[in-house]
Design a protein around this ligand. Structure first.
Ligand SMILES: C[S@@+](CC[C@H](N)C(=O)[O-])C[C@H]1O[C@@H](n2cnc3c(N)ncnc32)[C@H](O)[C@@H]1O
Length: 208
């Protein structure tokens, strides 16, 4: 079975090209909103080719992680500040090597829709562990729309996005948040009923 690391190693050279139309029309206006109200030490989990870098708050110190060396290589070029600061790591979001409470907040765009169902809770738990008590985690993710036409279109896209990106519209990340010991602070659709921005809070006191 193909792993996500293999998938992203394979698609990395084409990733920006294939995503280009969506990036320009849909994602670019949303990326700054990922960082609304966030500052200090931030983690960008599943940084990919570094599409969020342009929108990092100027005063924030951001660290990026990803499991694909080829995607990280592109992030290195697009995010020279992180690269020069040695803050790009090959690391799995379900097993972060950072100490507990290393970050003020974490963001992740289009990572949870590619994480298999059995990694959703471990990934949420890890993000909850590495942000400070009460820290925020902001996610931008695809979900299966309920509108008939859009829903039908996602079923047509499904085989491609699963093969190319390991992605699914049926991850139900929001529903898994309480199981990870975290709390949903805000959940809102930012594109029709297909793209959701979730803000999640780590517990005020870290569970040992
Ligand atoms: C769809 S891309 C999104 C990239 C970027 N965040 C963006 O907004 O364009 C998903 C990224 O998550 C990475 N990824 C997949 N599984 C991961 C894991 N378990 N831990 C960390 N990164 C992972 C992939 O290598 C890929 O770069």
């Amino acid at each position: 079975m193909t792993t996500n690391v293999e998938r992203y190693q394979r698609i990395a050279p084409l990733y920006d090209f294939l995503d280009g139309p969506f990036e320009r029309s849909r994602y670019r206006p949303l990326r700054p909103k990922l960082f609304d109200g966030l500052s200090g030490q931030l983690l960008d989990a599943g940084i990919g080719t570094g599409r969020n870098c342009e929108f990092y708050p100027p005063e924030a110190v951001v660290t990026g992680i990803d499991t694909s060396p080829a995607m990280l290589e592109r992030a290195r070029t697009r995010c020279p500040t992180l690269a020069a600061g040695g803050r790009l790591y090959e690391m799995d979001v379900t097993a972060l090597s950072f100490p507990t409470a290393s970050f003020d907040a974490a963001v992740s765009s289009f990572l949870f829709c590619v994480l298999p169902d059995n990694q959703q809770v471990p990934a949420l738990r890890e993000l909850g562990r590495v942000v400070r008590p009460g820290g925020l985690i902001r996610l931008l993710e695809y979900v299966r729309p309920s509108g008939q036409l859009r829903r039908a279109i996602t079923y047509i896209w499904q085989p491609w996005v699963a093969w190319a990106y390991g992605a699914s519209y049926d991850r139900h990340t929001e529903e898994r948040v309480p199981e990870a010991g975290l709390e949903v602070v805000e959940s809102r659709f930012v594109v029709d009923d297909i793209l959701k921005m979730l803000t999640v809070r780590a517990p005020a006191h870290q569970v040992a």
